[in-house]
Design a protein around this ligand. Structure first.
Ligand SMILES: *Cc1c(COP(=O)(O)O)cnc(C)c1O
Length: 233
């Protein structure tokens, strides 16, 4: 459907403009903020349309669905797949073999498996630690208290490259409410950077809180519906 594909290209341009406006407001270079297009529950043709419009990094939440799409789109190169869903230990091998990034590592057992299972033929797997910043036990993520130890241990794993932190705070209406947990995540990152960990990534911000995230220092925003429209699955 060419109609929908034109819309994706227009949406991408709009999101890039929103990022640029927010970065300007924050006094940050626009190039500091990378756009991850979240393609869960979107068809391969929609991903291909985004790729044709210049988008290269895509985020997927569900492994079975992602594997089908990765196979269907293997003719698109270069392309970078990011895993951003809950990760069970029996699914780590497929993720270690097929993704460039994992944003949702929240325990050492998962990290060890990903490192052990990362193929030698590929560069180290980029990982972010997911932090449970608004303390919602249902959402996954390491608690802030346990983060420093986990970060030190994950940083030692040979086939992982610890890049930074990720969070998915509860939806909030006002910009002030949105910014509070995002600011906490940035402060957690800064605290880790002071312990000699070379971290460069703050993965935060969705279609709902993109501007707040850029204001609080996001280096990678994860945008789904604002790029692709409503999810189809
Ligand atoms: C779905 C999802 C997003 C994107 O959400 P939108 O509201 O569609 O922009 C970002 N991050 C994670 C972890 C998600 O699961």
């Amino acid at each position: 459907m060419p109609c929908k594909h034109d819309a994706i290209s227009t949406n991408l341009a709009t999101v890039h403009e929103q990022i640029a406006t927010a970065a300007q407001r924050a006094g940050r270079p626009t190039t500091d903020v990378q756009l991850l297009a979240v393609s869960k529950k979107q068809l391969p043709a929609a991903i291909e349309a985004a790729w044709q419009a210049g988008q290269r990094a895509f985020g997927e939440n569900y492994l079975d669905e992602a594997e089908d799409k990765i196979a269907a789109l293997h003719h698109l190169t270069p392309i970078e797949w990011h895993f951003i869903g809950r990760l069970q230990s029996n699914k780590t091998r497929a993720v270690a073999e097929q993704f460039a990034w994992v944003h949702t590592v929240d325990r050492l057992k998962i990290a060890r498996r990903l490192s052990d299972q990362r193929p030698d033929t590929l560069p180290p797997l980029n990982v972010c630690l997911q932090v449970n910043i608004s303390d919602e036990t249902s959402k996954g993520g390491v608690l802030p208290d346990e983060l420093p130890d986990l970060a030190q241990q994950v940083a030692q794993l040979p086939r992982l490259r610890l890049r930074g932190l990720m969070a998915l705070p509860a939806l909030a209406d006002s910009e002030a409410q949105q910014r509070a947990p995002l600011r906490q995540l940035r402060e957690q990152l800064q605290a880790l950077q002071q312990t000699r960990l070379a971290l460069d990534t703050l993965s935060m911000g969705t279609s709902h809180d993109l501007e707040a995230a850029v204001m609080e220092g996001a280096t990678l925003v994860r945008i789904g519906t604002a790029v692709f429209g409503a999810r189809v699955g």
